[in-house]
Design a protein around this ligand. Structure first.
Ligand SMILES: O=P(O)(O)OC[C@H]1O[C@@H](O)[C@H](O)[C@@H](O)[C@@H]1O
Length: 534
């Protein structure tokens, strides 16, 4: 039986033991039975189990657990070099070294410790490391497991050298999947990537979502901070949140390469997928600091399980085509955008406000200062918004057709209840579970990335129906980050009813119509008008 998060002793939930090589490993446990195992060998997370005891990370049955060889699976840390793009050994040396438990780590934000079992590790270079990479550093790693079974890794790197140094980095995350052919990644579509299988040549992702049918070894550049990996067969979604990690590595060795790796089973490529938050294209340059570390990167993994069976229907083809069409248009418009829209224009470049400079037939106009706010005053603004929000609608419809989203219905014969969109006032209906909340968050985040809009978290409310229990509500609120309300009040001035509607609820409408009618002069109406009115 699970324990309540409020009375759970998070300190006692962290246990240090030794593996069969005598290397210390730390087990973190959550109140509801999730666990994570971290080894001092490589500072590597080697296991992460959910509340049901299911393993979420892949480890090869042929993995070699003997330092200095890195273990094939879990989450190896690639530092200070990713891959072979430098003078060091592949993926740097951090994953091969023995780390220590950091007894006195500099404090992190209270959110990173509250209601979590965690461990702090430390890596300091040895004499031998300094010979091949002459930079003194302190690498602090916090691994934590929250009550909602999510796993978080925070890396803090400090330069204690006299000179600046540069490094690349990745959380090389081996996710366990049912069957690679049933998996898709969402959040990377339309991005540029470097293809390691084509001498790091740069391409643009054309697919609607990333699926797998052969070897893949890519570095996606400038990715959104939320990426989802959907495993259709297991009905499981991994939601990867990252911060300070602009790139995402996607790797599956497929059949031929698997056979060439001694620590990997010939068929094991079917059960794994690496999706790594990383900093590769533009390495981080770290100046020496005296007090606080100036580089910190966060990664958070959440696994949500879909509890409801999904169906595929004949709408699948149409949904997929719609999605492909919009992706295609986006990819092609993207390259033309800079020629059409000035860098100073708002709405398309995040964080900028419009002050001047519009391209007219490719030539910048004279500078001007708008006297009305562009969003509220510009007659074009609502149309642009409607075009953008259409994308979100298609995203939902496409995902129903693809069997990723299970819409709700009020009764068996009613149509799907998905969303109400009126200008900038959307209402979205969803099942109250972690899976749908994770997907919704990804959709909203993709929408913001593509359109340049932001969701105003303070003005966005979540309403739960009465059957949703407290703990699920709180998990969903953590995922969505919006506020829970007991009443959604009005939509376009019409009150929204949350319980069974009875006649008297609509009295206000009758009164309003009566009062309008009382001001009319019935005598002046034609016979046909009176009949219509009646
Ligand atoms: O065998 P290693 O060193 O653990 O690397 C495995 C793979 O790691 C991936 O991250 C790289 O993109 C691949 O190129 C590499 O083959």
């Amino acid at each position: 039986m699970g324990h309540s998060a409020a009375v759970w002793d998070y300190r006692a939930a962290t246990e240090i033991t030794k593996d069969w090589n005598g290397v210390e490993k730390i087990v973190l446990r959550s109140p509801r039975g999730a666990s994570a195992r971290v080894s001092l060998h490589g500072g590597q997370v080697t296991s992460w189990r959910n509340d049901q005891g299911e393993e979420l990370l892949f480890t090869s049955s042929k993995a070699i657990f003997k330092p200095p060889k890195a273990v094939r699976g879990g989450i190896p840390i690639c530092f200070p070099q990713f891959g072979n793009c430098g003078s060091l050994e592949q993926h740097g040396f951090a994953r091969n070294k023995i780390w220590t438990v950091d007894e006195n780590p500099p404090p992190l934000s209270p959110n990173d410790s509250h209601a979590k079992s965690f461990i702090d590790l430390l890596l300091i270079p040895s004499e031998e490391d300094l010979k091949c990479w002459p930079h003194s550093f302190e690498f602090r790693l916090r691994v934590s497991l929250a009550a909602d079974e999510s796993l978080a890794l925070i890396s803090r790197i400090r330069n204690v050298n006299g000179k600046p140094f540069s490094f690349s980095f990745a959380y090389h995350t081996y996710l366990s999947v049912s069957d690679i052919s049933e998996v898709r990644i969402e959040g990377l579509e339309t991005l540029d990537y470097l293809d390691n299988l084509c001498q790091k040549e740069r391409f643009t992702e054309q697919g609607d979502a990333i699926t797998f049918e052969s070897e893949v070894d890519r570095v996606y550049l400038g990715s959104p901070n939320v990426v989802a990996v959907l495993d259709h067969e297991r009905k499981r979604t991994y939601v990867i949140r990252k911060d300070g990690l602009p790139d995402v590595v996607v790797w599956n060795p497929w059949e031929k390469k698997s056979k060439s790796m001694v620590d990997f089973g010939d068929d094991e490529y079917k059960q794994m997928l690496c999706v790594d938050g990383a900093v590769i294209k533009k390495p981080v340059t770290l100046k020496p600091v005296v007090a606080e570390p100036d580089f910190s990167i966060h990664g958070k993994w959440r696994s949500a399980k879909l509890k409801v069976e999904t169906e595929r229907d004949s709408g699948h083809i149409r949904g997929t085509r719609w999605a492909q069409l919009s992706t295609h248009l986006t990819v092609h418009l993207r390259c033309k955008m800079n020629a059409i829209i000035g860098q100073e224009q708002v709405g398309f470049i995040a964080g900028r406000s419009i002050i001047d400079n519009v391209l007219w037939n490719g030539v910048p106009t004279k500078k001007f200062r708008p006297i009305r706010s562009i969003r509220q005053g510009c007659p074009l603004s609502p149309y642009l918004f409607v075009l953008c929000i259409e994308w979100l609608g298609h995203r939902f419809h496409g995902s129903i057709s693809a069997g990723e989203w299970n819409p709700i219905r009020l009764s068996r014969t009613d149509p799907n209840l998905l969303h109400l969109f009126f200008a900038n006032d959307p209402v979205i209906f969803s099942q109250a579970d972690l899976f749908h909340s994770g997907i919704l968050k990804v959709f909203l985040s993709n929408f913001c990335e593509l359109s340049g809009h932001k969701v105003n978290a303070q003005k966005t409310n979540v309403f739960f129906s009465s059957g949703v229990n407290e703990s699920l509500r709180s998990d969903i609120n953590i995922i969505l980050g919006f506020q829970e309300v007991n009443d959604l009040c009005h939509y376009l001035e019409v009150p929204l009813f949350h319980r069974r509607v009875i006649n008297s609820n609509l009295d206000f409408l009758v009164k309003r119509v009566c009062s309008r009618l009382s001001s009319w002069d019935a005598k002046k109406l034609s016979f046909a008008g009176r009949v219509t009115l009646a």
